[in-house]
Design a protein around this ligand. Structure first.
Ligand code: KIV
Length: 267
């Protein structure tokens, strides 16, 4: 049976109809297949791969080719979900020509459906150029982890009036530049509500309250694979870390005691 794929039009219609959009990160084939089957609308191949897959402290080190590798794995597991790939740090900030070249490389080599990039007014020309080439663009405002060295912390953003005004202005600029959706990360819920009501395109929140048009979480956080990281915006649906640790401990014990493999597990 053929499955109806999610497109940017589906997402716009979902906002218009008041249907919330579900988004989750994925970095490999096996989890992408499970998430797609479970009905996730958007899979984000996030540059959070730099943290949760590669073990770096920030999202800065991951390269374009590494993002492409993760996206190639994810796309193989997907039938219905809309797949968005993060442009990594350094692959788009220099100018709009480089931003377009990086986006084309991702689309050509992965088969993904869209790219995401961080920033407001300063990336508007790049967004226009990428969209003109036929590539859907998702924006990302509020806490933008690629700018961690500029801000110095992962605290809530846009609490001050001036920063909130800039965020509202940037949202409008991103919508006018052609973004099909905007991620709002770690901003006050009231501000996210105001912005979401003012835009035609959907907002996807992470730590931005319940009035965004959709929600996104990092898969490791919601599945409880990284229990050391627990900011209040995370809802943990599973506690996999102790389950995995206990399963592996049991396996080690079974191997050491020569209990595994038994006769049924042998040829
Ligand atoms: O890279 C990522 O996982 C993200 C989400 C936090 C939105 O950008």
């Amino acid at each position: 049976m053929s499955v109806k794929r999610i497109t940017t039009n589906t997402l716009l219609k979902m906002k218009a109809n008041g249907e919330k959009i579900s988004m989750l990160t994925a970095y490999d084939f096996s989890f992408a297949r499970l998430f797609d089957t479970a009905g996730i609308d958007i899979l984000l191949v996030g540059d959070s791969a730099s943290n949760v897959m590669a073990g770096h402290e920030t999202t800065l080190p991951i390269t374009l080719d590494q993002m492409i590798y993760h996206a190639q794995c994810v796309i193989k597991g997907v039938q219905r979900s809309f797949v968005v790939v993060d442009l990594p740090f350094g692959s788009y900030q220099s100018n709009s020509e480089i931003a377009l070249a990086s986006s084309i490389k991702i689309m050509k080599e992965t088969g993904a459906h869209a790219i995401k990039l961080e920033g407001g007014e300063e990336v508007a020309d790049s967004i226009k150029r990428i969209v003109s080439a036929g590539i859907p663009v998702m924006g990302h405002l509020g806490l933008t982890p690629q700018s961690i060295n500029k801000f110095g912390s992962y605290n809530v953003r846009a609490k001050e009036e001036s920063e909130a005004l800039k965020l509202k202005n940037d949202c409008k600029i991103l919508e006018e530049a052609g973004c099909f959706a905007i991620v709002l990360e770690k901003i006050p819920a009231a501000l996210a509500k105001e912005v979401s009501l003012s835009l035609h395109i959907p907002t996807i929140g992470i730590g931005a309250g319940k009035d965004c048009d959709g929600q996104v979480l990092v898969m490791h956080d919601m599945l409880g694979i990284n229990s050391a990281f627990k900011p209040r915006f995370i809802r943990q649906y599973l506690n996999l870390e102790p389950l995995i640790e206990n399963a592996v401990k049991q396996y080690v014990a079974d191997v050491k005691s020569n209990d595994f493999p038994n006769e049924q597990e042998s040829y």
